[in-house]
Design a protein around this ligand. Structure first.
Ligand SMILES: Cc1cc2nc3c(=O)[nH]c(=O)nc-3n(C[C@H](O)[C@H](O)[C@H](O)COP(=O)(O)OP(=O)(O)OC[C@H]3O[C@@H](n4cnc5c(N)ncnc54)[C@H](O)[C@@H]3O)c2cc1C
Length: 401
């Protein structure tokens, strides 16, 4: 296993840095700082995507023959890290990071031709319809039913916690096509158009006041058989592939490290006793501990990437990364709150938290973002599989318990 960056990797890093310095405009950097969750406002996310696409870098985790960059896992990591350091806003993740590579892998030629270009160009947005009111951690118990009717499926049921469904054109969706077999075997993967009479969207406002989540009701919603990914009953395998793809090759440490850099810089300017917070030994100890944890996480992520580059599939260690990075995310948020003290108690109702309509921060921009980020990021230990679920996987597959 070789985790050192090669001269080619370092040259690539310089190329990305130069690109970001020249092409990532100030207002998008400000939007990156003022975005308290993995989802940027659509106008911002799409503007950044268009800039990336004009360089051929929008689909940076896709294979070349699907329209992607074909970058190595290490190149993807370098790209993510440089974007985090430059405060780039998130791109629309559901299409570019989640379903795009899956359609590239499992889709027919016609599906690849139909769906991939609009994802890369940002003309069609996606959401993920997995969770249901009665099926989250125990996803295999999902009950949304799809019944074949000639060349289409008729779908009835409900999906919940569907992030960004309100702007999505399509939902990749797990449905039950056969209730008579064992739960996993009766699940099918459908690509469902959102703009149709059979679909109703009910907003769910998060505790920080952000609107990202929804409940989606499917009442005789329809979907062409051509929009089925894989065969009937193959949905569970595709969903697992997507989850492993999402967790394996993850690049979570760069953003955490960038946030710790910001906290260290803020601490050097925040008064504490006769000096600054950076000089406070208790704070310094906590900060150093988080920095070490982030560095250890980065090493683990790079180790996994090296294995992926060597052709090994992502294994259960991706659950360790998910567990550690989600927990670290929340510990960083807690220290940010402590650092900003009273100023961290502001929770503006206005959105977005950048641009002309953004209220004047009390204290600093970091203080303004502290509470809204803290509240939004409570979700990190829930979505994509909760901490408890990751621990179960580790107990079973790593520790053999
Ligand atoms: C902000 C946010 C965005 C999301 N976006 C999406 C999305 O776009 N699309 C989508 O499909 N879903 C989405 N989700 C849903 C997410 O995947 C689920 O919330 C998650 O899988 C947990 O399911 P649940 O909410 O039904 O909780 P439950 O599964 O009911 O779990 C409740 C609690 O019990 C614990 N628990 C459950 N089972 C076990 C067990 N076997 N052992 C020990 N503890 C257990 C859990 O850890 C949790 O603490 C999102 C969630 C959040 C918070």
């Amino acid at each position: 296993m070789d985790m050192d960056f090669t001269p080619a990797d370092l040259a690539f890093r310089d190329e990305v840095r130069a690109f970001l310095a020249a092409e990532l405009p100030r207002h998008l950097r400000e939007a990156g700082v003022g975005t308290p969750s993995p989802f940027a406002e659509v106008d911002i996310a799409l503007e950044w995507q268009r800039i990336l696409n004009s360089r051929g870098w929008a689909a940076y985790n896709w294979p070349v023959d699907a329209g992607g960059t074909g970058w190595t896992p290490v190149q993807r990591y370098i790209f993510e890290k440089e974007c985090a350091l430059a405060d780039a806003p998130p791109v629309p993740i559901h299409g570019l990071k989640l379903i795009g590579p899956i359609i590239a892998h499992f889709g027919t030629a016609a599906q690849r031709e139909r769906f991939l270009p609009p994802i890369i160009e940002g003309t069609e947005l996606w959401c993920q319809g997995y969770s249901e009111p009665g099926a989250g951690s125990d996803l295999a118990s999902l009950t949304t039913r799809a019944v074949r009717d000639g060349d289409r499926y008729i779908i009835n049921g409900s999906k919940i916690w569907t992030s960004m469904a309100q702007v999505a054109d399509w939902m990749f969706c797990l449905v039950r096509t056969d209730p008579t077999v064992k739960p996993q075997a009766g699940i099918t993967f459908l690509l469902v158009p959102m703009k149709q009479p059979g679909i109703t969207i009910r907003p769910i406002i998060g505790m920080a006041g952000d609107y990202e989540l929804n409940q989606v009701f499917l009442d005789d919603a329809v979907c062409d058989v051509d929009c089925r990914l894989g065969e009937e009953g193959q949905g569970w395998a595709i969903a697992k592939f997507l989850l492993e793809n999402e967790r394996g090759g993850s690049c979570t440490a760069p953003r955490l490290m960038a946030d710790l850099d910001r906290l260290a810089a803020d601490a050097a300017a925040l008064p504490c006793g006769a000096g600054t917070l950076a000089q406070d030994s208790e704070f310094g100890r906590k900060l150093a501990r988080l920095q070490l944890e982030a560095e250890a996480l980065e090493t683990t992520e790079l180790r996994i990437l090296a294995e992926l580059a060597a052709g090994k599939p992502p294994g259960p260690q991706t659950s360790l990364v998910k567990l550690v990075s989600a927990t670290l995310r929340q510990h960083i948020d807690e220290l940010v709150i402590v650092a900003h003290g009273h100023d961290a108690m502001q929770l503006p109702a206005e959105r977005p938290l950048y641009g002309n309509a953004c209220p004047e921060p009390v204290g600093s921009k970091s203080a303004q973002m502290a509470m809204v980020s803290y509240l939004n990021n409570r979700a990190y230990t829930i979505f994509g599989g909760s901490n408890e679920v990751q621990k179960n996987i580790i107990a079973r597959t790593v520790l053999g318990l």
